[in-house]
Write a protein that binds this ligand. Structure first.
Ligand code: 13P
Length: 253
């Protein structure tokens, strides 16, 4: 179902104790200040997931993980499977973040296997795509995004694709303070919806939530979220401050 979503990706920030304190604070602010029907997802480190899931029990807030392995179990030192995440109450998994692609060498084939595992277990995959500055400047961004989406997601059947959320995060806008203009983001979001429609159909494309990520702040969230094909945001730095995060949540209409 196409839904407004704001997800906070905490990356490698906050100890267990700090995570619990921040989730408790965000939980209170969402309860007291957010009246809309968008979805709020908090994505802390693996260590914080079990207690995060307990802290949001009985609320509308959902918990996500930042990564997962594609097998359920096995000799994969250092990895965590989707079934393990599901068992502690995780309902969303980010796959294909540009930091995973860039620093950990994750390619489209690996990401396709991971995305498949997430949706096979009935969890939502938040699948990230986006071009580098060089790719934008050399006008290759449509091709790059088409490749990331077709190779990463189009192995899913229609039913599986219902569990897909796509996040467009231009690499040059992540953590840089540079934001894509609402028009630049809208152009890509409309393109993503077009290629999803060509692969599946119009109905599926219209039902897919497509989020924008990259230096979203309380000051720019409203103008970005107002665009017709932008269904919310994937927030990094500003998700680590409860006040900023709730103000971005409230920009969902
Ligand atoms: P920033 O909001 O810090 O730019 O990070 C965006 C991001 O990478 C979210 O996944």
């Amino acid at each position: 179902m196409r839904q407004k979503i704001v997800a906070g990706n905490w990356k490698m920030h906050k100890s267990l104790e700090e995570s619990q304190a921040l989730i408790t604070e965000i939980r209170g602010l969402v309860r007291d200040e957010y009246r809309g029907d968008g979805k709020v997802v908090i994505v802390p480190t693996f260590l914080a997931l079990p207690s995060a899931a307990r802290l949001v029990e009985g609320t509308e807030i959902e918990i996500g993980a930042q990564n997962a392995h594609y097998e359920d179990q096995g000799a994969f030192t250092g990895e965590i499977s989707v079934s393990m995440l599901k068992a502690v109450g995780v309902t969303n998994v980010i796959i294909g973040h540009s930091e995973r692609r860039q620093y950990f060498g994750e390619n489209n084939a690996l990401l396709a296997a991971k995305a498949k595992s997430v949706v096979r277990h009935g969890l939502k995959v938040i699948f990230c795509v986006g071009e580098t500055l060089e790719q934008r400047e050399s006008k290759q961004y449509f091709r790059v995004i088409e490749e990331q989406i077709s190779q990463g997601l189009f192995g899913l059947d229609r039913k599986e694709f219902a569990n897909v959320v796509i996040a467009y995060e231009p690499v040059w806008a992540i953590g840089t303070g540079l934001t894509a203009t609402p028009e630049q983001a809208q152009e890509i979001h409309a393109y993503i919806r077009k290629i999803v429609s060509a692969q599946y159909n119009d109905e599926i494309a219209n039902e897919t939530s497509i989020l924008y990520g990259g230096s979203v702040k309380p000051e720019n969230a409203t103008s970005i979220f107002m665009q017709p094909d932008i269904d919310g945001g994937l927030i990094g730095g500003a998700a680590l401050k409860a006040r900023d995060f709730i103000d971005i949540v409230k920009a969902m209409r």
